[in-house]
Design a protein around this ligand. Structure first.
Ligand code: C2E
Ligand code: MG
Ligand code: MG
Ligand code: MG
Length: 281
């Protein structure tokens, strides 16, 4: 009987775990060949200056469309790629593709690329950046690398030194999703970030009038200003949110209100029109 009960428990819990592990295994396998099979592409989301709404650059966002599994969101496949040590080769492709595209735009338009902690820990990463830039013929100051606070979780691995060497190449660094991670502010004094990207949860709550969120957004902007860093408001979806961000004195803004992540063709058209949010609104 005890044996039966045991088996019952086994049967109740195991299949679910099994499916999760199986799904991961199968997705990971498909992920291994996704780039070479041409299943990945980039979308580009406009970044504008908060004051005038003028286009300043784009953030490259990775998309995976698997013939077998359909469209899989980055929130699902990026962590998988990180665990499976696939983020370095995939990230290389992202960097090369994004730099090559940006080289076709006017020189005042920047490209921002997301970089995972694992990529920074890869000893070949500096070479990857340098060769992506030189192959594309893109000057370094037009490339911005976005990292999250999580890269500082393992300071022992020399992250600050890697970031310094990246700065030495002339690229910009920005701190992504600010406020959602482990808010030890020490690294802000050790690394010369060009910009702090304030996570969209704060922008959203602050625009709704949530007192704590307002206080945090204001404090982050003041902090950034005193450190000579710009701020980017993420996830601006409405005119009211844009207005708030302007009033607070954010430097840049990004969000569905200004433009969703778009195809490379649409991004080029936008660049050519020298699009302004004010004209679109
Ligand atoms: P992220 O770097 O913070 O990128 C911004 C995310 O917010 C994107 O989600 C974008 O589509 C979404 N977003 C932009 N504006 C709005 C808005 O107004 N409202 C709402 N609700 N969402 C908005 P996406 O494309 O799903 O990417 C999710 C995350 O996946 C990114 O967050 C980034 O951390 C990661 N990721 C994407 N591409 C790459 C990549 O090439 N390499 C690495 N390492 N990570 C990537
Ligand atoms: Mg980002
Ligand atoms: Mg972000
Ligand atoms: Mg975010």
């Amino acid at each position: 009987r005890a044996k039966d009960a045991g088996r019952g428990v086994f049967r109740t819990y195991e299949p679910e775990l099994h499916v999760q592990a199986e799904e991961r295994r199968v997705l990971e396998l498909a992920l291994r060949t996704a780039v070479e099979n041409g299943e990945m592409h980039l979308e580009y989301q406009p970044v504008v200056d908060a004051e005038a709404g003028q286009l300043r650059g784009f953030e490259a966002l990775l998309r995976w469309k698997s013939p077998e599994f359909g469209t899989i969101p980055p929130s699902k496949f990026i962590p998988l790629a990180e665990d499976a040590r696939l983020i370095a080769p995939i990230g290389d492709w992202v960097l090369r593709t994004a730099c090559a595209e940006a080289a076709k735009w006017p020189s005042d338009i920047r490209i921002a690329v997301n970089v995972s902690a694992n990529q920074l820990q890869n000893p070949g990463f500096l070479t990857t950046i340098a060769s992506a830039l030189s192959n594309a013929g893109l000057s370094p100051e037009r490339l911005e690398l976005e990292v999250t606070e999580s890269v500082f979780l393992h300071e022992g691995l020399g992250v600050t030194r890697v970031l310094d060497r990246l700065l030495g190449l002339g690229v910009h660094l920005s701190l992504d999703d600010f406020g959602t991670g482990y808010s030890s502010l020490g690294y802000l004094s050790r690394t010369r970030f060009s910009s702090i990207k304030i996570d969209r949860s704060f922008i959203h709550d602050a625009a709704k009038g949530v007192r704590e969120a307002v206080a945090i957004v204001r404090a982050v902007i003041a902090l950034a200003e005193s450190l000579d860093m710009a701020t980017t408001a993420e996830g601006v979806e409405t005119a009211a949110e844009h207005k708030m961000v302007q009033e607070f004195g954010c430097t840049m803004a990004q969000g569905y209100y200004f433009g969703r992540p778009m195809s490379v063709t649409d991004a080029r058209a936008l660049v050519n029109r020298r699009w302004k949010a004010s004209a679109a609104a």
